[in-house]
Design a protein around this ligand. Sequence first.
Ligand code: DQA
Length: 146
Amino acid sequence: TSILILNGPNLNLLGTRQPDVYGHTTLADIEAMCRTKATALGIAIAFGQSNSEGALVDHIHAARGVHDGIILNAGAYTHTSIALMDAISSVEIPTVELHLSNIHSREEFRHRSYIAKVALGVICGFGATGYTLAMDALAGHLGQAG
Ligand code: DQA
């Protein structure tokens, strides 16, 4: 079992970006947490980040035949990107939508998610812990013992 953990725009700045909203954990810290979790679950992971919508679409396409599941924090593209929604539908890889913050308790424009329409499920509001929660959920869905 292999899971792609893909992060969108501005998430490279985690740790220093609005720490009151997103916490002090860096993306490198999150990757390390996910690698420890992957070892515990006995699965493989790949970790990626891009600030570009098209590059994220390319990452999703490249996952076909390589990864069994995707965890996607699409950042602000969550709320705007029909292209990312279509990419997920196109590759037919089970995808968990993830957000550090609870997007539903924030501004109105963050309440709409195009990703949610095609996602297996959504995890938001648990900060960096959400990544390992998503790994548990996805590995469970894919039939990998916890
Ligand atoms: C986010 C929430 C989005 O609304 C925002 O644009 C982000 C981060 C989160 O992880 O909480 O960039 O996806």
